[in-house]
Write a protein that binds this ligand. Structure first.
Ligand code: AVI
Length: 317
């Protein structure tokens, strides 16, 4: 069992966030609550839908660019992943880098964290596994590997950055700069601006998996905070808004209805849209402006064919 650093992250205030979101105009709920066990399973299924190009394209890009990435990343890194990387991206990175010393996934869920390092420890017996249970949106003091690492490499794939609003993304990137330290680097995956039809299809797959994923938020809240949402009274809507370069996802009420939570009642009109997720897409200019506000700069960039997806190597400016 690898040594676990538990920084006792504060539990999310799901009830408080839900009450606040339902009291706002327009109503909103946070996409961070999508990922209960069922939500994580559905997300996994999304990544295998033909329309959801992000995962497939990023994996191929990582594989094709790995020699160049390994050459650009300083030797003997301590690899720190934001989220628990159990999957193929982490394996590609750890296998391709020059002599990684240690691997630290940072994840708020202890069970997901331990499951991921157990799987990776088997595949990479020479890399020290040092998981940290923490909220990666805050600066994280890293455990010290037994063998000294040359520097820290933060890995943040999947365009998960795009799920944060501009202000939250800036604050997360500032925390990342502090976590990686003055000599650190970060490899970040970002989805790029492209034609609206391709982006919209990725969030409206024909099999309806994304719709089930979005609606599962209501089932999760019913179970965990005692709301009485009727998921069949809402439908998934995801639209690409080109002026804001992002997918905006809503749950739209399909009838006049009321939802109660903690003794309070909230009215939904027929057709009322509740905002649940943003997925920002980037251009070189918009991404550079964002990271500059956090004191970071791009040192290398790799794009998939057709500029479908990008990987950026960052360091403190
Ligand atoms: C995790 N994140 C980057 C996904 C995205 O593309 O915004 C979440 C997702 N939402 C709907 N489909 C996938």
């Amino acid at each position: 069992m690898p040594p676990l650093t538990d920084l006792h992250p504060t539990p999310d205030d799901i009830l408080g966030d839900t009450l606040e979101g339902l009291s706002s105009t327009p109503k909103r709920l946070s996409s961070k609550y999508f990922y209960d066990a069922r939500g994580s399973q559905l997300f996994e299924q999304i990544t295998r839908q033909p329309e959801y190009y992000l995962t497939r394209v990023e994996l191929a890009l990582l594989e094709a660019s790995m020699p160049a990435i390994a050459a650009a990343v300083n030797d003997c890194p301590h690899v720190v992943e934001y989220g628990s990387g159990s999957g193929r991206k982490t394996r590609l990175l750890l296998a391709g880098l020059a002599d990684p010393v240690a691997y630290t996934p940072i994840e708020i869920s202890r069970s997901a964290l331990l499951a991921s390092v157990e799987r990776l420890a088997e595949a990479f017996p020479g890399i020290e596994m040092l998981p940290v249970c923490a909220d990666f949106t805050q600066p994280v003091p890293l455990p010290r590997p037994e063998r000294e690492a040359g520097h820290t490499l933060v890995f943040f794939p999947g365009s998960t950055l795009g799920n944060f609003t501009a202000d939250a993304a800036e604050s997360l990137l500032c925390s990342m700069r502090k976590t990686m330290g003055a000599r650190g680097q970060a490899l970040v995956g970002i989805d790029l601006v492209k034609d609206a039809a391709t982006i919209e299809a990725a969030y409206n797959d024909a099999a309806g998996v994304t719709a089930a994923f979005t609606l599962n938020l209501l089932t999760r809240l019913n179970r965990d905070v005692g709301t009485d949402f009727q998921p069949d009274g809402f439908r998934h809507q995801a639209r690409y808004v080109s002026e804001r370069e992002r997918i905006e996802t809503f749950l739209v009420s399909t009838r006049d209805q009321e939802v109660q939570v903690d003794g309070r009642r909230f009215h939904f009109q027929d057709g009322e849209a509740m905002q649940v997720e943003y997925s920002h897409k980037y251009t070189d200019a918009s991404f550079q402006a964002l990271i500059a506000r956090a004191g970071l700069k791009v040192v290398e960039r790799w794009n998939a064919p057709g500029d479908a997806f990008g990987l950026r190597l960052l360091q403190p400016a």
